[in-house]
Design a protein around this ligand. Structure first.
Ligand code: DI6
Ligand code: FE
Length: 400
């Protein structure tokens, strides 16, 4: 069998093994029919180049990483919140604006009012911007519909945008994001945890659910009701946990075997221990931290000490992270959270894959993994979280 494509004279950041970044110098990597078939030293290639691959490319010492994975976004929305941004600059807080009927609800109104094509185009454009940064897998949450039809429409739009942009997307049903005004709390939760969830599972519109467990959103016990229903329907869970206050969200997520608990600024040590035990990934979202001028740092040292895998994501959303850039989030994770460039690159590859339950399929450069690769014009992988804008991959290979 001859491989489709082979790159030689490459430097691989495989993201597996003990050496930093899983580095292999003087390396080659081959792909065949959408899968990596070889990732290792050139000297161990099983034959002469012309005999083993149809197409041979000289990488000229460029670095090759796994395609980047943005494991937490809210990309399907219409409109923007620049007016709220100005209010926040004048001293109003995110919570005040939300309680006054702005915030998430203002995006819900704009999103419900958008046409199908308008919403699809906006989502596809954002996906294409991420793709230009070497991102090959994007998680997309619903959450700006907040009634049965509107939530299902957002998930369908996410699928359609993935197809249109030729990107792998992983949709998440964020049913408990905010309570629409005038809607009965108990009835809303019963509907999201009942018929809407069943439909989502039946049509395979999402693989996981998410909730915003917070003073301005949903209580731990409401979140538990939703999670119990999700687990019963065979869906995984993820949680916006302890972002603005400590609600013991991380521990709650861990109790349900969550794939990830995200934000975590106010998470305490018990929460970290529970995550370690459950194998729940900690998703760091420095853009929201930055935009809200948060001062409380997520417990990075505790997460390290207890061996909780950390991921990094853009959180792209119109309220707290209007940033369509994973590389931007990586730079912020370094400077704001003092994560190391290696931790950050793991956070957007191997650990991001794990946060999506896809770690056996992608996130590292190993034979058998999905052939999603990014080739970078850099001297060292630390540059991926060092440049503040301007860096782009020289080529991206996407499995289809
Ligand atoms: N936490 C966040 O940071 C976003 N959603 C959430 O649950 C913000 C969403 C928004 O303000 O539109
Ligand atoms: Fe979020």
């Amino acid at each position: 069998m001859k491989w489709n494509q082979l790159w030689i004279n490459a430097r691989l950041a495989t993201m597996v093994g003990e050496v930093p970044y899983g580095t292999i110098e003087d390396a080659a990597i081959a792909v065949h029919e959408g899968r990596i078939t070889y990732a290792g030293p050139m000297r161990d290639l099983p034959g002469r180049m012309a005999d083993i691959a149809h197409e041979v490319h000289d990488a000229r010492k460029a670095w090759i990483t796994p395609g980047l994975i943005d494991c937490h976004t809210h990309l399907v929305f219409a409109g923007n919140r620049a007016a709220e941004f100005e209010m926040r600059l004048q001293g109003r807080t995110y919570e005040e604006i939300a309680r006054a009927g702005g915030g998430i609800m203002s995006t819900v109104r704009a999103t419900r009012a958008a046409t199908d094509t308008g919403l699809l185009d906006a989502t596809r454009r954002r996906l294409e911007v991420l793709a230009g940064e070497g991102v090959t897998t994007v998680e997309i949450k619903s959450g700006y519909g907040l009634d049965a039809e509107a939530e299902l429409r957002l998930l369908r739009t996410a699928h359609a945008a993935g197809t249109a942009a030729n990107l792998s997307i992983v949709p998440t049903f964020l049913g408990l994001h905010a309570l629409p005004p005038g809607v009965d709390r108990a009835a809303f939760i019963a509907e999201m945890a009942g018929p809407v969830l069943r439909q989502v599972a039946q049509e395979k519109l999402a693989t996981a659910v998410d909730a915003f467990c917070e003073g301005i959103a949903f209580t731990p016990s409401e979140t538990e009701t939703f999670f119990a229903a999700a687990n019963k329907a065979g869906l995984k869970v993820k949680l916006h946990a302890d972002q603005l206050s400590d609600t013991s969200g991380a521990a709650l997520a861990a109790r349900f075997g969550a794939l990830s608990a995200d934000h975590l600024e106010y998470t305490n040590e018990n929460g970290v221990l529970a995550m370690a035990k459950a194998g729940t990934v900690a998703v760091m979202l420095p853009a929201a931290f930055f935009c809200l001028r948060e001062t409380r740092l997520p417990p990075i040292d505790l997460l390290r000490r207890h061996g909780v895998p950390m991921a990094v994501a853009s959180d792209c959303n119109p309220g707290t992270a209007p940033m369509v850039s994973l590389l931007g989030a990586m730079a912020m994770a370094a400077t704001l959270f003092r994560m190391t460039p290696e931790e950050i690159l793991k956070g957007v590859t191997v650990n991001a894959a794990r946060a999506l339950g896809l770690d056996t399929d992608r996130g590292t450069l190993e034979a058998g993994k999905r052939a999603d690769l990014a080739i970078w014009p850099i001297e060292h992988p630390a540059e991926l979280s060092y440049w503040l804008g301007g860096l782009r991959p020289q080529a991206v290979i996407r499995s289809r």
